[in-house]
Ligand binder design. Structure first.
Ligand code: ADP
Length: 456
């Protein structure tokens, strides 16, 4: 399977697993929320049951029922109209409700849970039948007729509901009328618990934190799987690139050596000392090239370069070093501040860095173009800039070029030979010198490599 497809399958599988895990967690949390809510409501119900069933509330309820029946009787007889009925019923419920609230408050000490619970005894509708009025239904919802407890919004939790019906005992003066009166009402008892949701989430706090951490852990795990997968892929790519690059580098000197060996087998060459001498020199050059490649690979395998710091006059060193550096196809321009400055550095290692950067500047810029070298002090650093007007480096690659074996694959730069080791080596050396190496570059305009050496 292609690595691209492998990554796609890995991403999709991880997303599916993550989705499944989140759905299961959501389902479990929802069910637990319901279970904890029910248990908590049942506990509260149990705790307040003695208050709800107390003789005090019973007697208040009885008082209310007997009074409301009387008002209903007046309405049944048309002694009062519906508006008057509602007004009287409301004022009756208000007065009984006030008494009930006083009683409930008095119970706070024995039943502290009552501070957080609101009760609502509500009469929903009254039905009565008399000789004059058949099946009269009085709905008592707007405003609701709450006779015990508090008028809270919504239904809260249902505690009980009941129907009270009677056809006698109205305690009226005229007993003949009372016998014909059939009365029925339905009532409900509900309760509300303040900050209910918050309380339940509080109870589930650790479970939620656990679930959240579990999901985070899975995401973290997936992230690591991805990272190591991509890393492995990159290492595999680097290995292939390196094998290709080193083959590419060795090809030319080996081909030359092959030609020389073939020539040395010819009689006319062996007999001509001049040509023989040329051949031996060429062999030596090719041998040096191969040795050079092997040295570069060996050097790069040592992570820390040996640094020997010495007090050095940097301006003189730079001028001498660059005077000795000969470029075949480029013009090297120096702009070094002629101010004497001593600093602690390793000239051998610094020379290797400069050599690498100059060779790169030549390799990646057109023949005949200029390479500018700046040297100046900037606060606590000595800065050396190597500026070319070559092909430049894409912004996305500018950090990567300092990685081992990394070569920019865009454009036609693979025409220039290389192993992707030079800049890695420069970075290691600059680190060892206590300085740094940076790059500024724009495509098709050129690159500037900046060396920062601390001034001691
Ligand atoms: P290489 O042996 O490939 O030159 P380096 O480590 O020296 O290895 O450079 C890494 C890569 O950085 C090169 O392959 C090249 O793509 C890019 N690079 C380095 N110097 C320059 C430059 N002066 N201009 C443009 N690209 C550069």
């Amino acid at each position: 399977m292609k690595p691209k497809n492998q990554i796609k399958i890995l991403i999709i599988s991880c997303l599916v697993i993550l989705g499944g895990l989140i759905s299961i967690q959501y389902y479990l949390i929802q069910n637990t929320y319901q279970l904890i809510s029910e248990t908590y409501v049942n506990e509260v119900k149990k705790e307040i049951a003695p208050v709800i069933e107390s003789p005090e509330l019973d007697s208040l309820e009885d008082q209310f029922v007997s009074e409301i029946k009387k008002i209903a009787w007046l309405k049944a007889q048309d002694s009062i109209n519906e508006i008057q009925f509602h007004l009287q019923a409301q004022s009756l419920s208000d007065s009984i409700r006030n008494l009930s609230q006083k009683y409930l408050k008095s119970q706070w000490k024995d039943y502290p849970i009552l501070k957080e619970v609101q009760l609502k005894f509500q009469l929903k509708q009254i039905v009565f039948i008399t000789e004059f009025a058949q099946d009269t239904i009085l709905r008592l919802v707007d405003p609701p007729l709450v006779y015990i407890g508090q008028r809270f919004d919504g239904n809260g939790f249902h505690l009980s509901s009941g129907i009270t019906q009677t056809s006698e005992d109205l305690d009226l003066e005229d007993e003949n009328l009372s016998t014909d009166f059939f009365y029925k009402h339905s009532s409900t008892v509900n309760m509300d618990i303040s900050n209910f949701q918050q309380k339940i989430w509080n109870k589930m706090k650790w479970m939620l934190i656990g679930a959240f951490c579990l999901i985070l852990a899975v995401i973290y795990l997936f992230y690591h799987i991805f990272r190591s997968f991509i890393k492995q892929k990159k290492i595999a790519e680097i290995k292939t690139d390196f094998a290709n690059n080193i083959t590419h580098e060795l090809k030319t000197p080996l081909a030359s050596l092959n030609l020389i060996i073939q020539s040395l087998q010819k009689k006319e060459v062996i007999e001509n000392p001049e040509i023989l001498d040329q051949m031996i020199q060429s062999m030596e050059r090719q041998n040096n090239r191969i040795q050079n490649i092997v040295d570069r690979v060996l050097e790069s395998s040592v992570d820390e370069q040996k640094i020997q710091l010495k007090k050095v006059e940097i301006v003189q060193f730079l001028n001498e070093f660059l005077a000795d550096y000969h470029s075949e196809n480029h013009q090297i321009i120096l702009a070094i501040e002629p101010k004497e400055l001593f600093l602690e550095t390793d000239t051998y290692q610094l020379g290797r860095v400069l050599q690498n950067l100059l060779q790169n500047a030549e390799k990646y810029s057109p023949k005949g173009s200029e390479i500018l070298i700046n040297g100046f002090q900037n606060h606590s650093d000595y800065i050396i800039e190597i500026q070319d007007s070559g092909m430049g480096i894409p912004a996305s690659e500018q950090e990567k070029i300092f990685e081992k074996f990394y070569r920019v694959s865009e454009g036609n730069r693979h025409d220039a030979k290389g192993l992707g080791l030079g800049l890695y080596l420069c970075k290691q050396i600059m680190k060892g010198l206590g300085g740094n190496i940076l790059v500024q570059s724009s495509l098709k305009k050129g690159s500037t490599f900046i060396l920062k050496i601390p001034v001691s």
